[in-house]
Design a protein around this ligand. Structure first.
Ligand SMILES: [Zn+2]
Length: 410
């Protein structure tokens, strides 16, 4: 069983650090395999410097392009002045801890905690891109929206989730601010109008959000088409996987926006007509039991409501910034896919295993996650994660410019 706080020893760690590649994206040693094969080494040692948090830090220089780097350049803690335990932060985050709880526990400020969550979320996004490349299972995919709010109850959101029906793996999630609807008092209606002078949610948010996830589902599917034969076999998946690999079976509830998203787009209309996409809908009033076709998302919603502080009903710890909300969601996805047992009575079965991803590969990647800095140029995230990585999601009434450190762009 994997534990967030217990490290998995995968291999003897070398005593001396060796920089894995050159930081210059135009250098031939920017690719890790090329740098690894180079003899003599592609770098030479170039002194060291001292920091209060990390003591002596060795410096290196590339023999080919002359670009310098140091041990710090490859650390998740690059530029950080204080060391916080990333594993402990993640454990608290998925155990209904608020940012302020974490700040109290680590005797730091909420902005320091938010900074470390952001670093770890970028790592989780990079890891997830690799996971999707390694999914070896064709299964029906369920799309459903999780509704919550950020900034104010006048700005509800819809976080669309794409989940494998048999594996329970969360493939993708997409954030959309939607317009507040439902019963409101006169005073509330006036307030909504006032706020909408500053920010009004787009009316087609649900359609666009759904289409983004169908795009994502198609990409997962096209990758499976290129899998060598035999790799798409799965434990626990039904016998008709070969059928499922041919056509994409999408399961949703009866929201009209989903139909509109498929029929309003020529490409998807044709794919639906030729039954390359099959869309099956289930009434949301149907009992939410394990037999319900949408069970995996109902289950995921329930877990979110109890595990992630901002998703708890009537919480005072709601999200104030949309990018930060999604960073926490990416970390929850990491926990759900790779740490949490599929069912607590089957503790050794995880969602990733059921989706056909090699658990030993995940072990190595999870070890690196808390240590190594992810690079956008080397492990490009999927489109929805890229928006989170680059802080490009729009926060309603967000007056401050989103701050993105330069090194996050490397
Ligand atoms: Zn170089």
């Amino acid at each position: 069983m994997r534990s967030i706080t217990r490290s998995i020893t995968v291999a003897e760690a070398p005593h001396t650090f060796v920089p894995p590649f050159c930081l210059n994206p135009n250098c031939r040693y920017h690719s890790e395999p090329a740098a690894g094969r180079s003899a003599p080494p592609w770098f030479y040692r170039h002194g060291r410097y001292h920091t209060a948090a990390f003591s002596f830090v060795p410096r290196f220089r590339c023999r080919h392009c002359g670009r310098g780097c140091s041990r710090q350049s490859f650390r998740l803690d690059y530029y950080a002045k204080r060391i916080l335990d990333y594993r402990e932060l993640l454990r608290q985050l998925v155990s209904c801890g608020s940012t302020r709880d974490m700040a109290r526990a680590t005797a730091s400020t909420t902005s320091t905690v938010a900074n470390r969550i952001e670093r770890l979320a970028r790592g989780a996004a990079a890891l997830h891109a690799g996971v999707l490349q390694r999914v070896g299972v064709a299964e029906p995919l369920v799309i459903d929206g999780f509704q919550n709010f950020a900034v104010s109850k006048y700005y509800p959101n819809n976080i669309n989730l794409l989940v494998g029906q048999h594996s329970g793996l969360l493939y993708d999630c997409d954030y959309r601010t939607i317009r507040r609807s439902g019963r409101m008092s006169e005073r509330q209606k006036r307030r909504r109008e006032q706020l909408e002078e500053h920010f009004r949610a787009p009316s087609n948010a649900l359609v666009e959000g759904f289409r983004t996830l169908v795009d994502s589902a198609m990409r997962v599917r096209s990758h499976l088409h290129h899998c060598p034969e035999g790799e798409s076999s799965v434990r626990g998946a039904p016998a008709d996987t070969s059928e499922a690999i041919k056509a994409l079976l999408l399961l949703t509830d009866e929201k009209n926006e989903y139909k509109r998203a498929l029929f309003g787009d020529t490409h998807y209309r044709l794919l639906t007509a030729s039954r390359m996409i099959r869309h099956e809908r289930t009434l949301s009033t149907e009992a939410r039991t394990a037999e319900n076709p949408l069970f995996v998302v109902n289950y995921f919603d329930r877990q979110l409501r109890k595990d992630l502080k901002e998703c708890v009903r009537h919480t005072v710890c709601f999200g104030r910034n949309v990018s930060n909300v999604m960073q926490r969601m990416l970390l929850y996805r990491l926990y759900h896919n790779h740490y949490k047992a599929y069912r607590h009575r089957r503790p050794h079965e995880r969602h990733e295993i059921r989706a056909g991803v090699d658990g030993a590969w995940i072990d190595v990647e999870l070890e690196r996650l808390y240590e190594r800095r992810p690079f956008l140029s080397r492990t490009p995230p999927i489109e929805t994660d890229r928006l989170v990585w680059l802080r490009q999601l729009v926060t309603p009434l967000g007056r401050d410019r989103e701050y993105l450190p330069k090194f996050a762009l490397a």
